[in-house]
Design a protein around this ligand. Structure first.
Ligand SMILES: Cc1cc2nc3c(=O)[nH]c(=O)nc-3n(C[C@H](O)[C@H](O)[C@H](O)COP(=O)(O)OP(=O)(O)OC[C@H]3O[C@@H](n4cnc5c(N)ncnc54)[C@H](O)[C@@H]3O)c2cc1C
Length: 359
């Protein structure tokens, strides 16, 4: 049985392309129902809110508990804002992707209603936040131009708690993206830790406040809070600690993979590259575990390729310390992403030349 919150799930690699207007929603949605059907799995649409390990039951928000012999947790991660309960203000979040898309539609309407004016601020300068902000900037400016509006009052700011953007990326890559932000008129506030938010903006520790009309929260991945009440062994950030076999440390009936897992053998970035690569090994180990056969060990790659779309039909890529950029990089990314989606739909691979056009 597969339990999922929605019958469709959004492929994050193409999310910024949707925002920039390069893809339609249908291009980036994976149909969980038909995937489950392919392997004769029952799909239960519900949200898991807890696990009763002793009773071997998964607790769901809407329906009754679901009994299990073997459980695999692949529930991803969230972007969690600072505690804003006092301010009665809710920024929109970069993940999960379905929540982001709802927030993005609200943002578009609000900006249009203000005559294409407003101060749009993104908190979090990791790859997801930067990519989304670049796409949002392109899209909102294009919509202002379409409506003949004077968009001089439409401003964009990236707020980062770290001293530089894109922690963990090579310095040439970061330099390239910083130059691009400046070229697009996107202000950068680094070493800026947000302490509170309200409808007027963000209070920053030891610095002047950042004025904002709309805030996208795109800080690092955080774990689902209910995991802390399960009794599973978690790392200090609340993610499920797994052995090399992706089995939860200390349990033989629970596995975890993707963002929700904390890989004990070595730290891994919360990246779709690792989530996707873990899939076949996870499937093998779940089957082997039921049959009492030996489990395999996940060998995550050391040199992953990262490509960041810049929302204008171009992209910047890096692998093994090398950095490349341009339209052709976006076309490569688009081909890789469309091939991934085609595989999940049982379609032929797309051609490289058939990449969706940049705006
Ligand atoms: C804007 C953005 C762009 C990104 N681009 C890239 C990229 O280009 N390349 C890359 O490698 N990585 C990228 N990432 C990171 C990537 O999205 C994640 O690392 C990846 O999605 C993790 O996969 P996952 O399967 O663990 O979780 P997810 O893809 O988040 O899937 C989790 C699934 O579980 C469901 N779910 C969650 N909680 C529950 C629950 N309690 N009960 C039932 N169902 C639940 C969700 O609805 C979802 O369908 C990007 C992230 C962002 C935010």
């Amino acid at each position: 049985m597969v339990i999922a919150r929605h019958p469709q799930t959004i492929y994050s690699g193409m999310l910024s392309g949707l925002v920039a207007g390069q893809y339609l929603l249908d291009d980036i949605e994976i149909d969980v129902r038909s995937l489950a059907g392919l392997v004769d799995a029952t799909l239960l649409i519900d949200e898991v809110v807890g696990i009763d390990l002793a009773g071997k039951r998964v607790l769901c928000r809407a329906g009754p508990p679901v009994a299990f012999d073997l459980l695999s947790l692949d529930i991803g991660s969230h972007a969690s804002p600072v505690d804003l309960t006092a301010s009665n203000y809710t920024p929109f979040v970069a993940r999960p992707a379905d929540e982001f898309l709802r927030g993005f539609e609200v943002l578009r309407r609000r900006v249009a209603a203000r005559g294409h004016q407003g101060r749009v601020v993104t908190v979090g300068a990791g790859a997801g936040g930067v990519e989304l902000l670049l796409a949002i900037e392109r899209r909102l400016r294009r919509e202002a131009a379409r409506d003949g509006a004077d968009a001089t009052g439409l401003t964009f700011t990236l707020v980062s708690a770290s001293n530089d953007i894109l922690p963990g990326f090579p310095s040439r890559f970061r330099q390239h993206v910083r130059a691009l932000l400046a070229q697009r008129g996107i202000a950068l506030r680094s070493a800026a830790r947000v302490m509170a938010a309200s409808q007027h903006g963000l209070a920053i520790a030891g610095q002047a406040a950042v004025q904002a009309d709309d805030v996208l929260w795109a800080t690092e991945a955080t774990a689902s809070g209910w995991l802390a009440r399960t009794g599973l062994l978690l790392d200090e950030e609340g993610f499920v600690r797994v052995e090399g076999t992706l089995r939860s440390v200390g349990r033989d009936d629970v596995f975890a993979a993707g963002d929700t897992a904390s890989f004990d053998p070595r730290p891994l970035m919360k990246s779709g590259v690792f989530a996707v690569r873990a899939g076949p090994l996870l499937a093998h180990n779940l089957r082997a575990s039921l049959l009492g056969e030996p489990l395999k060990t996940f060998q995550p790659q050391h040199r992953a390729l990262y490509i960041l779309s810049t929302g204008d039909g171009r992209a910047i890529g890096t692998r093994a310390g090398f950095t490349v950029s341009g339209r052709w990089v976006w076309q490569c990314k688009s081909w890789i992403d469309r091939r991934f989606m085609a595989r999940h739909r049982g379609l032929d691979s797309p051609t490289l030349a058939g990449g969706a056009p940049g705006p």
